[in-house]
Ligand binder design. Structure first.
Ligand SMILES: [Fe+2]
Length: 307
């Protein structure tokens, strides 16, 4: 197969000339891996995706994760995670933004970041698409790093930042809470949805990508908590909070973002060690089905904070 690539809006690329129904030879596989490493966010359109094909494609980029939650996994394909709207579950996923109910909205995050060992990447395919809303946003944190001034970069190379998992969005310190109200059925603590009680984790504010060596700004707003021992870097506690606020604002700039509006046949692959993502959610009652495969992160990028 020979590919053409064209830039998506701001970050990431669309790959043309790819056909998921064809056999992948070694050269094709190597080219796809190169594109993945170089661009971090790849869109393929018009693909005739089946679970088998999605799994085989995803395996080109590493070992796949079996999803820990049984109900959301297909019995025949344990590597496939099905994100389907479900009228009975919807109330638990509904919150209010400026008085309007929104289902499954998610702030900028990286998957499993709160464990210190984020996934390597993931593949999403659209099976049933929402006609409006339901966008997935991708943010390139390698580009965000490159765009920082040299003084900020030098400071960030000396500090660690922490992430603290929390179930309640109102407890997250750096997300935009203006106009937000949790829904009456929003879970209050991790055990409400059978999640463990995750400890706080710390990351270098700049993580060197283990595969590509690119510098990645390790800042995303969901679960971001604090700078570790700011005084050691010559910062007051106030300056440390101001710094994180400034960095979160930096990552929110559209020049680092691509928002994907799903069409049937679309497939997106992203590097979860480099790109954050978010979901705009939908109005209640909208049918959506997304199939997801996850490439395991075999390297810890963060560490659990003890004490
Ligand atoms: Fe996610």
């Amino acid at each position: 197969m020979s590919f053409e690539i064209s830039p998506l809006e701001n970050v990431g690329v669309e790959v043309q000339g790819f056909d998921i129904t064809a056999e992948f030879d070694e050269d094709t596989a190597a080219t796809l891996v190169e594109l993945f490493d170089e661009h971090g966010i790849l869109l393929f359109r018009g693909q005739d995706v089946t679970p088998e094909r999605q799994i085989a494609f995803s395996r080109l980029f590493g070992q796949l994760e079996m999803h820990p939650i049984k109900e959301t996994t297909s019995e025949d394909y344990p590597e496939l995670f099905m994100l389907a709207s479900n009228p009975e579950q919807e109330q638990y996923l509904t919150a209010y933004y400026d008085g309007e109910p929104v289902v499954s909205r998610l702030d900028w995050h990286m998957d499993l970041h709160y464990t210190g060992k984020p996934n390597r990447g993931a593949v999403l395919t659209a099976v049933v698409c929402a006609e409006e809303d339901g966008l997935t946003g991708f943010g390139d944190l390698a580009r965000a790093w490159d765009a920082l001034d040299a003084d900020t970069q030098a400071l960030l190379e000396t500090i660690e930042v922490t992430y603290a998992f929390s179930m309640q969005r109102k407890h997250m310190r750096f997300v935009n809470l203006e106009g937000y109200e949790p829904g009456p059925y929003s879970p209050r603590k991790p055990s409400d949805i059978n999640y463990p009680n995750f400890p706080e984790v710390a990351y270098p504010a700049m993580v060197m990508h283990p595969v590509t060596g690119r510098k990645v700004l390790e800042i995303c707003e969901q679960f971001l908590e604090r700078v570790v021992a700011p005084h050691e870097a010559g910062l007051s506690n106030d300056e440390a909070v101001d710094l994180l606020e400034r960095l979160v604002e930096h990552t929110r700039q559209p020049e680092f973002h691509y928002f994907h509006h799903w069409q049937p046949g679309d497939m997106v692959l992203w590097d979860n060690w480099r790109a954050m993502h978010c979901a705009t959610g939908t109005r209640p009652g909208i049918e959506r089905v997304i199939h997801r495969t996850t490439i395991t992160g075999d390297t810890a990028l963060g560490r659990v904070v003890n004490g």
